[in-house]
Design a protein around this ligand. Structure first.
Ligand SMILES: [Zn+2]
Length: 323
């Protein structure tokens, strides 16, 4: 557990999505989800323990938009007279450190939370943020997933339904505009991608664009097939992200270095497309999953993208499943 802990603490943007692979990496080989889970014992407690220790780092972006890094997914914060707007909620145990850093930005109360998708590392803080007075806004599928016990096969884990104060209070199906703090927040549903509940958040006045977990900056991404994600949806989302930004836009990934740009985003999109094509070709030739992994369809990209918790083998498996 010590090496796993160091691994998590040493890298940015640790995510529940990654635990299966983290465990596999720590043990030096691929494990089935059940084996990985048995080894990790209680991954949710483990993540809470990590978040309980992690410092929260503040990145000032542009105008009154900042990022809080260190509690699950990258949290966007917009300050102003209408109260703070959080983009994602982080993990509950980070509450005192998030509050301290958020208070250092401004004295405004937290009035709105936007969940970019239903995963624990983006919604766990909903309850305390709601207790602070925040309305919770999300795609209707985030609302649906949080209302019930939800199983994620790749984690071999079933999340209980969320308590009522953690459930989104405002939902939408396609797009939603929020006018707050003299900014326009444009929320847009991707369609099935990383899950079936992912939304982007654009703030045009600051030229900032939050991609949720459709973009992992510098790492192969997790794709949650259990709740509607798939590789072709991830590529479609990456195309939409590239089309939505310019060379001046500050691009926020769900995980990885929180301050990114169009060039890095485009490289990520090209990586997804190339690996999808390689894996699809092998699968069409009749290769099994193990044979496809052995053929190393990600090899050209591993040095740059495969050095974190989603290993080349796991990412190959996630792509193979969807082609
Ligand atoms: Zn996620």
């Amino acid at each position: 557990m010590a090496s796993l802990s160091q691994h998590i603490m040493s890298r940015r943007g640790f995510c529940l999505c990654c635990v299966t692979a983290t465990t596999a990496a720590a043990s030096g080989g691929w494990l089935t989800p059940r084996q990985a889970f048995a080894q990790a014992r209680n991954i949710v407690d483990m993540i809470r323990n990590e978040a309980a220790k992690a410092p929260i780092k503040v990145h000032g972006l542009r105008r009154n938009v900042s990022i809080l890094e260190g509690s699950g997914g990258n949290i966007g914060v917009l300050t102003g007279a209408d109260g703070k707007v959080f983009i994602d909620a982080g993990i509950t145990v980070s509450r005192p450190r998030i509050l301290k850093e958020a208070s250092s930005l401004s004295g405004d109360p937290i009035k709105h939370v936007i969940n970019t998708h239903w995963h624990f590392d983006h919604t766990d803080g909903n309850q305390w943020l709601n207790a602070e007075g925040a309305a919770i806004i999300a795609h209707e599928n985030t609302h649906k997933h949080l209302l019930v016990a939800e199983r994620v096969e790749d984690w071999d884990f079933t999340f209980p339904s969320s308590p009522l104060p953690a459930i989104p209070t405002e939902t939408f199906s396609s797009e939603k505009i929020l006018e707050l703090n003299r900014f326009t927040l444009h929320l847009k549903y991707y369609g099935p991608a990383h899950t079936d509940s992912d939304i982007s958040v654009a703030i045009p006045e600051a030229d900032v664009f939050h991609c949720a977990d459709t973009y992992w900056n510098g790492f192969y991404p997790f794709i949650d097939y259990s709740t509607g994600g798939n590789i072709d949806g991830m590529i479609k989302a990456a195309d939409a992200n590239v089309a939505a930004v310019t060379d001046n836009t500050i691009v926020i990934p769900g995980h990885g270095n929180p301050v990114s740009n169009k060039a890095e985003l485009s490289a990520y999109r090209d990586m997804l497309v190339a690996i999808r094509d390689n894996v699809a070709r092998l699968k069409q030739q009749g290769r099994s999953l193990d044979e496809t992994i052995a053929a190393k369809p990600t090899a050209a990209f591993d040095a740059k993208w495969g050095q974190f918790v989603i290993t080349p083998a796991l990412f190959t498996r996630l792509v193979y499943q969807g082609v």
